[in-house]
Design a protein around this ligand. Sequence first.
Ligand SMILES: Cc1cc2nc3c(=O)[nH]c(=O)nc-3n(C[C@H](O)[C@H](O)[C@H](O)COP(=O)(O)OP(=O)(O)OC[C@H]3O[C@@H](n4cnc5c(N)ncnc54)[C@H](O)[C@@H]3O)c2cc1C
Length: 251
Amino acid sequence: MNITVCIKQVPDPNQPYKLSGTRLDREAVQPVLDPGDEFGVEAGLKLAEAHGGEVTVLSMGPAKAMEAMRRALSMGAHKGILVSDEALAGADAQATAQVLAAAIKRNPFDLVIAGTESADGSTGAVPAMIAELLGVPQATFAKQLEVKEGTLTIHRQTQEGYDVVECALPAVLTVTSGVNEPRYPTFKGIMQAKNKPVEQLSAADLGLSVAASQQVAAVNPAPARGQGEIFEDDGTGAARIADFLKNAKVI
Ligand SMILES: Cc1cc2nc3c(=O)[nH]c(=O)nc-3n(C[C@H](O)[C@H](O)[C@H](O)COP(=O)(O)OP(=O)(O)OC[C@H]3O[C@@H](n4cnc5c(N)ncnc54)[C@H](O)[C@@H]3O)c2cc1C
């Protein structure tokens, strides 16, 4: 199988963010491979181990994104493609999908794997747009997956449980964080990653000149949390809590 896993470098989600205008101050926070995309890399590696083939990791980002790529390669991915071009800085989800789809379709592919949403931008829109641009089906929110005789079958996470969804390959798949346990890179893997091939492309190499069609107009702090209600339990406590949860549509 030819598997491409889309990976994004993000500011470490475990560190506090700082804003610079309407954008994140990326210099202020250590960049890491998006933890959500580690599940995608693991899913690709497992499928390649079971069915043969190669895992290519694909990223669009600043030159620094090479560090995230090396992390994915040290987990076991075979090769990488990094699309890096200052002309793409500020790209929105649509422009990103155009770039990633153009990079993917230069070679035959069976499966494209992505996270459900990134830890920073979080639009959750890129994978669906890639599927549309490639003209292939998408199977999303997989918490379990299997490939058999050219068909992808997933358990698609829902609020109530899961749906079983099937589609023919080639396809785009998004995985949830419950889908597997991403492996840690071994020392050998880290050493091997240094010599694995990474193709570096610009927008012009892909024959693209894309522009963002969206702009962040303003960023406002979330409203401060209101004070909670404190009351003495006079024997009606359980009923009051149940009423409160009912009003909040939690139960
Ligand atoms: C020079 C340069 C600077 C950039 N600076 C920023 C920045 O400051 N902030 C920012 O958020 N983005 C930046 N990007 C990347 C790009 O703008 C975003 O990736 C894009 O807007 C995607 O939106 P999202 O994170 O909401 O995607 P979502 O739809 O939430 O992502 C879902 C999944 O799609 C895949 N995916 C998303 N983006 C990428 C990507 N770039 N490469 C590979 N796979 C991807 C991942 O698998 C991810 O889990 C930069 C890109 C370049 C070239």
